[in-house]
Design a protein around this ligand. Structure first.
Ligand SMILES: Cc1cc2nc3c(=O)[nH]c(=O)nc-3n(C[C@H](O)[C@H](O)[C@H](O)COP(=O)(O)OP(=O)(O)OC[C@H]3O[C@@H](n4cnc5c(N)ncnc54)[C@H](O)[C@@H]3O)c2cc1C
Ligand SMILES: NC(=O)C1=CN([C@@H]2O[C@H](COP(=O)(O)OP(=O)(O)OC[C@H]3O[C@@H](n4cnc5c(N)ncnc54)[C@H](O)[C@@H]3O)[C@@H](O)[C@H]2O)C=CC1
Length: 500
């Protein structure tokens, strides 16, 4: 293998998602003379645009799918190779792509992302959503659907149940309340009425979809075949595209086959017992069907004893890191969640191999206010920091863990409300050693503060609260807030002035 190397690059980055592209940009700007290669399985790359630092740690940006030539024009020493990595040989510092080419590297950064952790891999009626292709497939299947079942209680499920119209949605969650990965039962109660209300009038529609599939076919339409879908469902990681992100649903139409608005029924505290096809049901005892009549293409039996027929099931049940092609024959240490373990310099356990984004698991000793979540913001931050670490090592410069890893922060939107999460927003890891202060105005805002030892350690802000910067400062300053008690959330006090 070592002798077959077509070229040896100083830096190779694998993956054209946010983590990989940010890493490339950072390296290419810091060491413009270095030969850098970006190897990616997807036809387009994802770039951060309209980046805005909202406060010390909160950031907002858009993501655009672009042709890789845009990046190559910006950085003359960059080569983008559109192929998937098939095997990696850390001992010879080389890797092979699926089109049979072999490249050497001095330093490598793996940014291969993740793939949906599906309820089942083999069932064509169970869909996951990850990349542009899978979102388009969802749109196509939904346009003919009367009823779907959404399983999962995290980001994708929250977005999907709110957006889908013209189709009945059965939403099965394991927990007592909705949105357990992002907030608590109180916030869930605040949000639930939005599921029953009509969606507010949309702002002007996106002039241009943020996400596209492959280049349009000559007739101008996108094509999908059963075979293509089967391969994706079969989770071939070499075919994975980059993950979607905020506003992914704005570029596609989430409309079922019927007229009318949203219709969501919730099934709490249940998991999936079995997924049947209609053929399997023909041979099942009649009680298996419950109140269903046998005319749906697929049936899902939940652990609460109910069975629902539907057109398809969306498995919105999390992500698994895409480590497959990188593992074999190497000695990567893996974390419990299957991610490549990285230290505080984004280095894996293999020499000269770094990793960033969804594929990795941060295994340094975290700041007490930070935790990893597989989010777009963290993919950007990790890619950026990995690029800086790789450059620093080559230039023999010292580097310290970046400030962005001091405090967990995330801005997003659920049910058309702005949602800001700070620090240990759900009291993660605090056990009973914390107290909560809550302020809630129905339909307007939900503010929750997590206090530990009199200090603010986390917050959930839903609505236009305008509190994020002040609360971020209070968390970072570790100020003893005991004297203020519940006044902290008194709506008649301008808290910003209070702490100035
Ligand atoms: C539907 C959806 C909505 C989301 N919404 C939000 C949100 O609102 N806010 C937020 O913060 N986050 C959101 N996320 C999460 C966010 O999109 C991801 O955390 C982030 O994009 C991960 O970036 P990444 O670069 O690590 O991985 P990815 O974007 O998955 O990129 C991985 C790249 O690696 C390539 N690749 C994989 N294997 C190989 C191989 N063997 N060889 C070569 N290339 C390979 C892929 O083609 C791809 O280009 C969402 C995710 C989904 C699926
Ligand atoms: N606005 C945002 O910030 C958004 C972020 N995302 C990110 O995209 C990625 C993918 O999103 P999701 O798939 O929603 O993952 P997620 O990690 O947000 O949520 C997964 C959910 O599935 C549940 N689950 C896991 N296994 C299950 C099972 N067998 N049966 C029933 N429930 C099960 C979990 O309890 C959890 O509620 C995540 O990293 C997420 O953070 C996605 C959409 C929006």
């Amino acid at each position: 293998m070592a002798n077959r190397k077509e070229k040896t690059f100083r830096f190779i980055i694998v993956g054209g998602g946010i983590a990989g592209v940010t890493c490339v940009e950072q390296l290419s700007s810091q060491i413009p003379s270095a030969d850098v290669a970006l190897i990616t399985a997807s036809p387009h790359i994802k770039t951060v645009t309209k980046y805005r630092q909202v406060s010390k740690t909160l950031e907002e940006f858009d993501v655009e799918e672009q042709a890789s030539s845009v990046l190559e024009e910006k950085f003359p020493n960059l080569t983008v190779i559109h192929s998937a990595v098939k095997s990696l040989h850390t001992r010879s510092h080389s890797l092979e792509t699926t089109d049979g080419r072999v490249f050497g590297y001095e330093k490598l950064c793996i940014c291969g992302g993740g793939r949906p952790k599906l309820l089942t891999q083999e069932n064509p009626y169970v869909l996951g959503i990850r990349d542009t292709d899978s979102a388009q497939e969802l749109q196509k299947r939904l346009s003919k659907a009367k009823r779907i079942v959404v399983v999962g209680n995290g980001g994708i499920a929250l977005e999907l149940v709110y957006e889908v119209e013209g189709c009945e949605v059965i939403w099965a969650v394991k927990d007592k309340a909705i949105g357990n990965t992002f907030f608590d039962a109180g916030a869930a109660q605040f949000l639930i009425p939005s599921l029953e209300a009509d969606k507010p009038e949309k702002d002007a529609p996106c002039k241009r979809p943020r996400y596209t599939t492959e280049e349009p076919a000559p007739g101008g339409s996108h094509t999908f075949t059963a075979d293509r879908n089967a391969r994706r469902q079969g989770s071939s990681s070499t075919e994975a595209g980059s993950a979607l992100g905020p506003d992914w649903h704005e570029g596609i139409v989430l409309q079922g086959s019927e007229q009318g608005t949203r219709r969501v029924s919730l099934e709490y505290q249940c998991e999936v017992e079995k997924i049947f096809t209609s053929e399997e049901l023909l041979n099942s005892p009649p009680q298996t069907l419950g109140h269903e009549n046998g005319s749906w293409p697929v049936y899902i039996k939940l652990t609460n004893g109910k069975t629902f027929g539907c057109d398809f099931v969306v498995s919105a049940t999390g992500v698994v890191p895409n480590t497959e092609p990188f593992l074999h024959g190497n000695n990567f240490a893996l974390a419990d969640d299957g991610g490549l373990q990285v230290d505080d310099h984004m280095m894996t356990s293999e020499p000269d191999v770094y990793a960033a984004g969804d594929v990795c698991t941060a295994c340094w000793e975290h700041s007490p206010m930070w935790q990893q979540m597989r989010l777009w913001t963290q993919a950007r931050q990790m890619g950026w920091y990995a690029g800086r670490c790789m450059a620093a090592q080559v230039l023999s410069e010292p580097i310290e863990l970046d400030f962005c890893f001091e405090l967990f922060s995330h801005i997003t939107k659920f049910f058309n409300y702005k949602v800001v999460l700070l620090g240990k927003f759900n009291g993660q890891g605090l056990g009973s050693d914390h107290e909560l202060l809550v302020r809630c105005t129905k339909g307007l805002e939900y503010v929750k503060v997590v206090l530990s030892g009199g200090r603010m350690v986390g917050a959930v802000l839903i609505g236009e609260t305008d509190l994020e910067e002040t609360f971020e400062n209070l968390i970072l300053n570790e100020m003893d807030l005991t004297p203020y008690g519940e006044e902290l959330l008194n709506p008649n006090i301008d808290i910003e002035d209070y702490f100035d």
